[in-house]
Design a binder for this molecule. Structure first.
Ligand code: AMP
Length: 425
């Protein structure tokens, strides 16, 4: 019986996985210089971690994979990274250290969304969280890291879009203004937005159905309702970004999809052909109450998350040479089966020195082996012929220079180490 993959999921095939590894390495290098440490939390959590009273986002109300385990516990596959990280932060009382915790994560999330290009039901995110400071400097740092990240990947046509929702009071004032603004349009909004008017009108600005509705396009913006301290906060963030020469644009109607944001919110957008609406590579913002909602002391945080699949697609389209090509240091070509034992030994000796070696395991002809060596991008080929071997040497050819030399069997490893690493053993 043939069974296909689950709808909305994908396989990373062997030829693709090195791209993932390379992207992950870039993330590890970047987070290291910013001094963020990795946190790994489970893919499933008790449902309450995500289904919190105040969260009315689509992601939480409509898209989670909720299930009962065999002991009837209510569990949820994580739809995003932040809530699990905060659950862990609270559970391990990391707040007790009273210092800023800077963490990052890479891993899969699950959302029951309509699958399309750049949108999956299992997808991976790279995210960071900085928990424990309400200094605008850290907002700027998270945005700076995001900006550096995208530049490091060689993505040029990228925008950082920035907005502020302000503190609780500013947000409440803004929500009332939105309610008053949308009320006269209630009947022409989608059924979800009709509920949102009463429960959380900010969500209307994020609605996919009503995105082009006149009332949405002309809605008041949060900036108009920032009180003095919120405005001063936002000005500081901008001041730090300017000091570090980060380019951004102000996005007056950006509110972001999750419900827990306050103050700074931002998105990183790529303008890449064929992406359609899926051109948002990542987004994030500040949250004030999440730690408290999950049982910890009132502690502010700020984070951002990027979709790994979209990043890979963007690199593929804009800067494919960023990916390392698959290559081998050495491919061993056997002239006949009699020398298989010798080939096995040479390969083992080379690999012991960290030299990336492969050979033929399918009894292929000389010609077919040569073809495979080229396909594998082998930098060197060892020609293992019976007559030469009996005389105590093999021929080694450098694929780039096409120079071929006869090398004594006992000198194969040192010869190749020298050409590959530039030094003798
Ligand atoms: P969010 O957690 O919704 O703010 O999403 C942050 C980033 O994750 C988005 O900008 C996308 O790059 C990525 N993302 C979100 N949902 C999906 C999905 N269903 N499939 C692929 N990537 C996604």
């Amino acid at each position: 019986m043939k069974i296909n993959r689950v709808k909305g999921t994908y396989d990373v095939l062997p030829e693709e996985s090195s791209k993932w590894q390379q992207l992950e390495q870039a993330i590890r290098d970047l987070t290291k210089v910013y001094d963020f440490l990795e946190i790994r939390t489970p893919m499933m959590e008790y449902s309450d971690v995500f289904h919190r009273e105040n969260d009315l986002s689509d992601m939480v109300t409509k898209e989670t994979y909720d299930f009962l385990d065999r002991s009837n516990r209510k569990l949820t596959l994580r739809p995003e990274g932040t809530a699990g990280v905060i659950r862990s932060y609270v559970e391990h009382k990391l707040y007790a250290e009273q210092s800023l915790k800077k963490v990052y994560y890479i891993g899969p999330n699950f959302r029951y969304e309509r699958p399309q290009k750049g949108r999956y039901r299992q997808f991976s995110q790279f995210g960071i969280e900085a928990i424990g400071s309400s200094d605008p400097m850290i907002d700027a740092e998270v945005i700076m890291l995001s900006y550096d990240f995208i530049n490091k990947l060689g993505l040029k046509d990228v925008k950082v879009r920035l907005n502020s929702l302000g503190d609780k009071l500013s947000r409440e004032a803004y929500q009332s203004a939105l309610k008053a603004h949308f009320e006269p349009h209630r009947k022409t909004l989608c059924s979800d937005c009709q509920v949102r008017i009463d429960k959380n009108p900010l969500r209307i600005l994020d609605c996919k159905v009503d995105a082009k509705h006149e009332a949405v396009l002309h809605a008041p913006t949060p900036i108009q309702y920032l009180n003095e301290s919120s405005k001063a906060y936002f000005d500081q963030v901008i001041k730090y970004l300017d000091a570090a020469d980060i380019s951004y644009e102000l996005a007056p109607r950006l509110v972001r999809g999750l419900d827990y944001y306050s103050h700074t919110v931002f998105e990183v957008e790529a303008k890449i052909e064929g992406f359609g609406a899926q051109n948002v590579l990542g987004g994030g913002g500040r949250y004030e109450n999440l730690v408290e909602e999950l049982g910890g002391p009132q502690t502010p945080g700020i984070g951002v998350a990027f979709g790994m699949e979209r990043l890979l697609m963007a690199i593929e389209m804009e800067n494919p040479s960023w990916f390392n090509q698959h290559h081998l240091d050495v491919y061993i070509i056997q002239f006949n089966d009699a020398l298989k034992k010798e080939a096995v030994k040479i390969a083992h000796d080379l690999r012991a020195q960290g030299i990336k070696t492969n050979m033929n395991y399918l009894n292929r002809s000389f010609k077919a082996q040569l073809k495979e060596a080229l396909r594998f991008n082998a930098k060197h080929m060892i020609f293992l012929g019976e007559d030469e071997y009996k005389k105590g040497y093999v021929a080694i050819k450098n694929s780039e220079t096409e120079v071929q030399e006869n090398i004594k069997i006992e000198e194969i490893v040192s010869y190749l180490s020298k050409t590959i690493y530039g030094e003798e053993l």
